[in-house]
Design a protein around this ligand. Structure first.
Ligand SMILES: Cc1ncc(COP(=O)(O)O)c(C=O)c1O
Length: 404
């Protein structure tokens, strides 16, 4: 029996009558992460649950968004993205990764965030019953994405402490029904960065089974391995013509509420994504796409400073969590830290412990079970997010110190 990827809490199930949900919607729950944010607000807690910044976005983006609204950029953009924004995305990719050439006319689809990019990709390219491989722990959206597209998930475990996977387990996960493997690098929640050898193995298997890679690179510039640390799968030999790259303005430019993302994929795949996207949302906000052009034009120094400032936040929070007694898994990328709670919560009830933290200590985090198909695998884990001002992280640290 293949695992369900529906998340840690059972859905409400189907009830008869007009209040009946679809069979698909009955199998998953509302997001635990966004639920924790609601609890954080209710308890006036420091929100280290959901991954959104509490600092400003670059002024260049604000100015460009305001100018676009003043210029009456108010109507639908072209469904798959304003041409100038698509050209800017292609130019930025070519600058960041020499040799990776993207045709903005045929290989990009602008979406409402990475979230829509992922579901449009799954619905546009995967048929019900086909298998999609996910690494576990996984970002919680991928479960409902798989269910909604009718895909059958196959899970491959990332193992602490280095979050590597077992080659034999990955090989065994590929079958004649495999349509795609989903990669997220840098990885939420573990901070893993997929390395060259791992991607070469994935390339070998995808070619053998004629499978796609769908890669979520929303944290591409938030990584601590230095220049060259992030390897986009689309640049790996053998994957160029079978990779869908998902990305967004959300994290790199601190605008998670703008809902602007995109896919990059060969023209034949982009056609399926564009059609699906058209009927899901028509398009992303037109004036914010104009601001996206300003984002793509930011200098290399912006990205260097971004990584440096996130590294300082990571180091501050990891040290504070270790002081309190958590077992800390220092991330190589993204802006989350997974903690082993055994010393502080021997009972191993991650949901109860997270609720205690938010209600009694005043810090919100995410229970580890949200990232596993079997909730038991996450019961000694919680995840903190650190896209926050230093003052916010220091306040969280001070509150957490009352735990020990
Ligand atoms: C791995 C990953 N992908 C996608 C998203 C959502 O991206 P967006 O806000 O652009 O839809 C998140 C947000 O936390 C994420 O962690």
């Amino acid at each position: 029996m293949l695992p369900s990827l529906a998340g840690s809490r059972p859905g409400t199930g189907q009830v008869p009558g007009p209040a009946r949900l679809s069979a698909k919607a009955s199998t998953f729950t509302e997001s635990v992460i966004r639920d924790m944010t609601r609890l954080a607000v209710a308890h006036d807690a420091v929100n280290l649950a959901q991954g959104f910044p509490d600092f400003s976005c670059p002024v260049e983006l604000k100015d460009a968004a305001k100018a676009a609204i003043d210029a009456d950029v108010n109507q639908y953009a072209i469904t798959w993205g304003a041409p100038a924004f698509r050209a800017a995305i292609a130019a930025k990719v070519a600058g960041a990764y020499p040799g990776w050439t993207v045709d903005p006319d045929t290989e990009i689809c602008v979406t409402c965030g990475a979230t829509e990019a992922m579901i449009a990709t799954m619905l546009g390219l995967v048929d019900p019953g086909e298998e999609v491989i996910f690494f576990e722990p996984f970002y919680e959206n991928y479960g409902p994405d798989a269910i909604l597209s009718g895909a059958t998930p196959r899970l491959v475990k990332l193992r602490a402490p280095d979050w590597s996977f077992d080659e034999a387990e990955l090989r065994a996960a590929f079958t004649d029904r495999t349509r795609a493997i989903v990669i997220n690098t840098p990885h939420n929640p573990t901070g893993k960065m997929f390395g060259r050898a791992e991607l070469d193995l994935i390339a070998e298997l995808c070619q053998r089974y004629d499978a796609l890679v769908v890669t979520d690179e929303i944290y591409e510039h938030i990584q601590y391995l230095g220049p060259g640390g992030h390897i986009p799968p689309a640049t790996v030999p053998g994957l160029e013509d079978r990779t869908v790259t998902v990305n967004a303005l959300s994290k790199t430019y601190a605008v998670t509420g703008w809902r602007v993302g995109w896919t990059i994929a060969p023209a034949a795949l982009t056609e399926g994504i564009r059609k699906t996207h058209d009927f899901l949302t028509v398009g992303a906000a037109a004036p914010l796409q104009a601001a996206g052009i300003a984002a793509m034009g930011l200098p290399a120094a912006y990205y260097a400073e971004l990584a440096e400032s996130y590294q300082a936040r990571r180091d501050l929070l990891c040290a504070a969590l270790a002081d309190v007694g958590f077992g800390v898994s220092r991330p190589d990328g993204a802006y989350y830290v997974m903690c082993d709670t055994r010393a502080l919560d021997p009972a191993g009830d991650d949901v109860a412990f997270a609720r205690h933290l938010v209600a009694d200590i005043g810090v919100a985090c995410v229970p580890g079970s949200s990232f596993f198909a079997d909730p038991a695998d996450g019961r000694h884990i919680i995840r903190f997010a650190f896209p926050k001002r230093e003052a916010t992280l220091l306040e969280a640290a001070a509150r957490l110190r009352t735990l020990s």
